[in-house]
Write a protein that binds this ligand. Structure first.
Ligand code: M6R
Length: 613
């Protein structure tokens, strides 16, 4: 989705803004632009398409200025085009970049048109630029002008504004879309994502909903909430700038697949004692609160939803806690019955997914509406300071580090680890035999994942069988059914091969009709209590001439034959098998996508963080 970078410095900021935009490319966008202000003159360059197209224009006509704003746009109002690209100007004095949607832009636009304003673009953002221009003409104060306009607009936004007559100021604001302040030495920045600014600082202030910020030479960083000055903590980013580069890897996705052993170790670090999980990892008071939990509702989207589906098996079997899992876009528009003592859990890599955030707000508003409320809300999230963590009672941060590839990989497996920590914490049988064994198995997980990554070569070879296919079917049973769903999502997302997943026992109720020599069937077969059942389902496929690819526990006696290829996966505790079996499926989609020559890290039509509904 859209990206923002802004800089107020004592040096030329074109390079900083351009590098920031490149670092935001992974979020998905269709045009880019930049404006700088020097000696009271605004200059702008915009280009349809990739940031590289903007860079070419800047090569021909560089922008010189020590204060500037820049943007990558993902079209909502008006098609992708140079004229709709941000920054938008008003009166040649105001420049604005905006993420989000202004819902009441039409009446505001009509009002401005009636007053003689001629619009250049089809965007909702240009309306805000003109409103600020008018408000500034009255107050000659950029902060006051922005604040007065914010009071008139409905919707979601993160924005950054400059005015030619306030030549050493940038005003930013956030409501519904993320915006962080980067604190430098003698220079300050704004961005929609910390990654854009790691080139210049590692100190960040995560703005809260409704915050307005002014960067100026005179006062540095000033934050206002409800019109009053507000204090916000400065956080140091701990993952280093390496997170923003591919290093030796051909794609971010491959790098992120290979990071899984280390980020899972980081997610476990400090959260296990000798034989049990430290409930305090979820926040102050978590232990007492967990003792009261009788039900769990899990809400998420996409890959995070699949993690929730695995957790349902764990929570019901290991902790005996009735659990429901639902996609956020459905939950938020449904009348939900909330049983007493229910914990509401959201899962999100970004912590800014619009549907998940709206679901959280819907869940917490129920209490205010007089309906029976949830016992508490818990967010399992990968981005510190994100809206989801700030608005939840408890949170557990996965330690996956920045995930750049649009296809989620390490965020998913660290979510699974976090969900196993939650399951064990909710069992209420601290340090019993089962917990001790699982804690032990968790500690061994990074080493096991290293072994699973050694399957890379054979999987790359296997992927050749898929490159010409148009469809694929994934099968799993029990906790492996969500893993099959996740495998299918990865394959369709980055290779554009149509893939579906079924619980293997469901095959004969319809999908078996699809099976023929052109439909590769991928099955995940750990050594668990459902293995024999799964094997029978696989026979059903073979009997119909289907081509089978099975990822099976090394102890499972399955012999390769015509139309049956078997790849052995390291033996693993049955509860942790979903985590280990995810890796070969990630590698398979990766290699198929590479063979097909798709844009692995930025697949078509997709955005990393879906901040609009
Ligand atoms: O940031 P979130 O975890 O809330 O994102 C949810 C989905 O948009 C995300 O998992 C999406 O499905 C991924 N692209 C899948 O690889």
């Amino acid at each position: 989705m859209c990206g923002i970078v802004a800089a107020l410095a004592a040096r030329n900021v074109q390079g900083i803004l351009l590098e920031g935009l490149k670092r935001l490319e992974y979020r998905g966008y269709d045009s880019a632009g930049m404006a700088v202000l020097e000696n009271g003159v605004l200059e702008r360059q915009r280009a349809n398409g990739k940031v590289a197209a903007l860079e070419e224009k800047l090569d021909q006509h560089a922008l010189e200025g020590s204060i500037g704003i820049a943007h990558t746009r993902w079209a909502t109002h008006g098609k992708p085009s140079e004229v709709n690209a941000h920054p938008h100007l008003a009166g040649g004095r105001v420049a604005i970049v905006h993420n989000g949607i202004i819902e009441n832009f039409e009446p505001l636009k009509r009002e401005l048109e009636a007053d003689g304003v001629v619009f250049e673009s089809e965007t909702d953002t240009e309306v805000v630029a003109h409103l600020i221009d008018r408000a500034f003409a009255a107050s000659h104060d950029l902060l006051a002008a922005v604040q007065s306009v914010l009071a008139r607009i409905d919707g979601a936004y993160a924005l950054a504004v400059m005015h030619a007559d306030a030549p050493r100021e940038i005003v930013g604001a956030r409501k519904g879309s993320p915006l962080v302040v980067g604190a430098g030495i003698g220079e300050n920045f704004l961005a929609s994502d910390t990654l854009a600014l790691l080139q210049v600082t590692d100190r960040f202030v995560y703005l809260q909903e409704g915050d307005v910020v002014r960067l100026s030479d005179a006062q540095g960083i000033e934050i206002f909430a409800g019109g009053e000055p507000a204090e916000r903590e400065v956080h140091t980013f701990e993952h280093g700038d390496g997170a923003a580069s591919r290093g030796e890897y051909r794609h971010f996705m491959l790098k992120e697949i290979h990071e899984q052993p280390s980020v899972i170790a980081a997610t476990l670090a400090g959260r296990l004692s000798g034989s049990h999980v430290l409930e305090s990892s979820f926040g102050v008071g978590a232990r007492a609160l967990f003792e009261r939990v009788r039900q769990v509702h899990i809400i998420a989207c996409g890959t995070s939803y699949h993690a929730g589906m695995v957790a349902r098996y764990w929570l019901e079997k290991l902790a005996g806690i009735p659990t429901t899992v639902e996609v956020a876009s459905e939950y938020r528009y449904r009348e939900v019955v909330v049983p007493e003592d229910t914990l509401f859990v959201t899962l999100s890599q970004s912590g800014e997914t619009a549907d998940t955030l709206a679901a959280l707000r819907y869940a917490t508003s129920r209490e205010a509406n007089g309906a029976r409320g949830y016992l508490a809300t818990l967010a399992i999230c990968n981005v510190p300071g994100s809206s989801l963590t700030r608005e939840s009672d408890l949170s557990l941060m996965t330690q996956a580090g920045p995930e750049i590839g649009v296809a989620s990989t390490k965020a998913f497996t660290t979510q699974l680890v976090a969900l196993m920590l939650l399951t064990l914490s909710l069992r209420g049988t601290r340090g019993d035999e089962r917990e001790t064994a699982l804690v032990q198995a968790l500690r061994g997980l990074p080493a096991l994942l290293e072994q699973a990554l050694e399957m890379d070569g054979p999987i790359a070879e296997l992927s050749e069988a898929f490159a010409e296919k148009h469809h694929a079917l994934f099968l799993g049973r029990g906790t492996q059914f969500p893993i099959a769903l996740e495998g299918a999502l990865k394959l369709k997302e980055i290779s554009y091969i149509h893939a579906e997943a079924y619980p293997a026992g469901e095959l004969k109720h319809g999908p078996l009709a699809l099976v023929d020599a052109d439909m590769p069937v991928i099955a995940v077969a750990p050594n668990d209590e459902l293995l024999e059942k799964l094997k029978s389902n696989l026979q059903e496929v073979r009997a119909r001439g289907g081509e089978l690819f099975v990822f099976a526990d090394e102890s499972v006696a399955l012999t390769a034959a015509d139309n049956l290829r078997v790849l052995h996966v390291p033996a693993v505790d049955e509860y942790l098998a979903p985590i280990v079996y995810t890796l070969p499926l990630q590698l398979l989609s990766y290699h198929v996508a590479v063979l097909k020559g798709t844009d692995v890290d930025q697949p078509r039509n997709l955005a990393k963080s879906v901040t609009v509904e």
